[in-house]
Ligand binder design. Structure first.
Ligand SMILES: [Zn+2]
Length: 286
């Protein structure tokens, strides 16, 4: 009898552990087309006997989802500067496995911008500005690197504004012929004060004014999927606030390094800027 009780106790313990593991599983599924190019998202399917396997790309945790009744899927954001060729992710479950995938070439357009007058401070910032930039860098970096276990939304993204797209994702930029990094988001033109809406449910992890970005909001959608809104006239949400798809989070402005009023919308996946288009439902694609 004593042995039986002991076995029951052990079984209960196992059940508690199983439930804990299950509660961490991402219930939401995002349906994303496999786009294994720099700035794209590689969709890699895998099998696992573990109830909650974790995937990593270059040691960074990757968005991992379970396709009900089928298999697991890793959604890997590929940095714009990635060299084409074979890459791999590491899956940590009951054992560790490596899965390879190939990144293909993609050509993005070029844009040359001439900055004059007051905008010059953004090309050659003075010492005071440099100090501010240095102070803000780790705050922005921390927000980009956040990885919360649970997915916070269960739907595809919708466009944050209705404005015209003035700069697409991946555009190769030159300011006064100085090459800068490629455009890491989508720019929407719009009048100052035009409302900006949350494209999906999430949690505001950063809201404030920054030197280059101006008025900025970062929304965490879970598992390293983070959307950012910069150059806003006003931000209307606070850090820690939960937002629903469609909620007003701010308005279009011209704060920070901006040549005209617009919204710069960026999306991060495993700390990497990816084309926000890939998250939108087909009818809403830009
Ligand atoms: Zn932009």
């Amino acid at each position: 009898m004593e042995n039986y009780t002991l076995i029951l106790k052990k079984l209960k313990k196992i059940n508690v552990i199983t439930l804990l593991l299950l509660s961490n599983i991402t219930l939401a599924n995002i349906n994303i087309e496999n786009t294994p190019i720099p700035g794209g998202i590689a969709v890699v399917d895998f099998q696992s006997n573990h109830s909650n396997p974790k995937s990593f790309y270059n040691n960074v945790p990757v968005y991992t989802q379970h396709i009900k009744g089928q298999h697991w899927q890793a959604l890997i954001g590929i940095p714009l500067l990635t060299k084409v060729g074979e890459k791999y992710i590491t899956i940590k479950g009951l054992s560790t496995q490596k899965i390879t995938f190939t990144v293909y070439r993609h050509h993005y357009k070029e844009q040359h911008i001439i900055l004059t007058g007051k905008n010059k401070k953004y090309v050659n910032p003075n010492l005071k500005h440099m100090k501010r930039i240095k102070r803000e860098r780790p705050i922005l970096s921390k927000a980009r690197k956040l990885f919360s276990e649970k997915s916070l939304f269960n739907d595809q993204f919708v466009r944050p504004v209705k404005g015209v797209v003035t700069s697409p994702f991946g555009l190769k930029r030159f300011y006064n012929e100085q090459p800068r990094r490629a455009h890491t988001g989508i720019d929407f033109a719009g009048n100052i004060g035009t409302p900006i809406h949350a494209p999906a449910d999430g949690k505001v992890i950063l809201a404030g004014h920054f030197f280059f970005n101006g008025n900025t909001v970062f929304i965490d959608h879970g598992q390293g999927l983070i959307s950012v809104y910069i150059h806003m006239n006003k931000h209307l949400v606070k850090q820690g606030q939960l937002v629903k798809q469609g909620d007003k989070i701010g308005t279009i402005g011209q704060t920070g390094r901006a040549t005209g009023p617009h919204l710069h919308w960026g999306v991060y996946l495993n700390q990497t800027t990816v084309s926000p288009n890939l998250l939108l439902s087909v009818s809403d694609e830009i």
